[in-house]
Design a protein around this ligand. Structure first.
Ligand code: UFG
Length: 331
């Protein structure tokens, strides 16, 4: 029996594969390598290059490898890109997931862990947002993921699908042992951008918006270490295998940090005071989004181990330095 990890060559997916292999699981990765990297896939996992909507391929993987559960990361995830090309996001995130679900259910594979997002909530305030809050996404990215949550909900009722949908807050950091990390080109994520600035890959960075209704005027987010995030997926798998009920859970720590606090942490941990420019707001950024984090601990027994911003930054920096060293050796 094996676990199918879609998008397992990507940032979060590759960390999930590491965690599954570390736990002694048999892992098959399905990734189209549109944004993922072959080199990120653990050598003990079998990488199949292909599309989640390719029913014949997925059927073959299920029967050849005895797939009993699926962890579905394959998706597009850049919020501003979803605004300029929404149909591409509905295709990648919604339509293709519908095809995957249909193939899985036809083959009686009913355990499904889904990468959802805090973007399903839309504009929230400084108060932690609970899973019961209204879902009013403000981007096609958020809508594309919310539509998939609805498909899961209705498929659970109609076909007996058992799933856990995890709504990720801001994922950052890298494997503490340095085996994987974020390789995204032209990254837009705050911690990645700040770490790239600290190692000299960028000349400096910008703070997008200093006039938000937050304590220091910059946006507040709940940053979660990628290794803690994947441990939540392992807990979700265990839960489903034990016959646990279908759940939709926030995946964050419940603590918010402003953009300036994050940059200050990266400068302190790295010891590099890279240039930082104050700039206008970036379109589509909600002022603050912090997870109500009680339910995942209560329902899955999730115990984060790396919930400390300087640790997240330290691991992200270690990864960035390793890559900066590799690129300069290759040059
Ligand atoms: N920011 C900067 N400068 C930068 C990069 C980011 O000031 O160079 C700011 C952004 O404007 C924002 C904050 O840092 O205020 C966080 O931005 P990120 O791009 O790191 O992350 P987002 O909060 O925009 O998006 C993340 C995920 C999405 C998810 C969303 C949910 O990337 O997939 O959280 O809140 F939908």
């Amino acid at each position: 029996m094996a676990v199918l990890v879609t998008g397992g060559a990507g940032y979060i997916g590759s960390h999930m594969v590491l965690a599954l292999i570390d736990a002694g699981e048999d892992v098959v990765v399905l990734d189209n390598l549109s944004t993922g990297f072959r080199a990120c896939v653990h050598p003990q996992a079998r990488l199949v290059v292909g599309d989640v909507a390719d029913a014949a391929l997925v059927e073959r993987l299920i029967s050849e490898h005895g797939i009993e559960a699926v962890v579905h990361f394959a998706a597009k995830l850049i919020v501003p890109e979803s605004v300029t090309d929404p149909l591409d996001y509905y295709l990648a995130n919604t339509v293709k997931t519908r095809a995957l679900l249909s193939t899985l259910l036809a083959a009686n594979v009913k355990r499904f862990v889904f990468s959802s997002t805090a973007a399903v909530y839309g504009t929230t305030g400084m108060e932690p947002v609970s899973e019961d809050a209204a879902t009013l996404p403000i981007s096609p990215y958020g809508s594309s993921k919310l539509m998939t949550e609805w498909m899961l909900r209705d498929s659970a009722a109609a076909y007996g699908l058992n799933y856990v949908a995890l709504r990720y807050f801001n994922v950052a950091g890298a494997d503490p042992l340095g085996r994987s990390g974020q390789l995204t080109q032209n990254a837009t994520h705050l911690i990645k951008v700040a770490c790239e600035s600290a190692v000299g890959k960028r000349p400096g960075m910008e703070v997008f918006g200093t006039d938000y209704p937050t304590p220091d005027g910059t946006c507040v987010r709940d940053y979660i270490h990628v290794t803690d995030l994947v441990s939540a997926h392992l807990d979700a798998l265990r839960h489903l295998r034990a016959g646990g009920e279908t759940l939709t859970l926030n995946c964050g720590y419940g603590t918010g940090y402003s953009v300036l606090e994050v940059i200050d942490t990266v400068q302190r941990v790295s010891g590099v005071n890279f240039p930082v420019k104050m700039s206008p707001r970036r379109a589509g950024d909600p002022p603050a989004i912090v997870a109500g984090a009680a339910r995942i601990r209560a329902n899955l027994g999730w115990k984060p181990a790396l919930d400390y911003l300087p640790t997240i930054v330290e691991h992200a920096l270690k990864w960035e330095r390793k890559h900066a060293a590799k690129s300069s050796a290759a040059a």
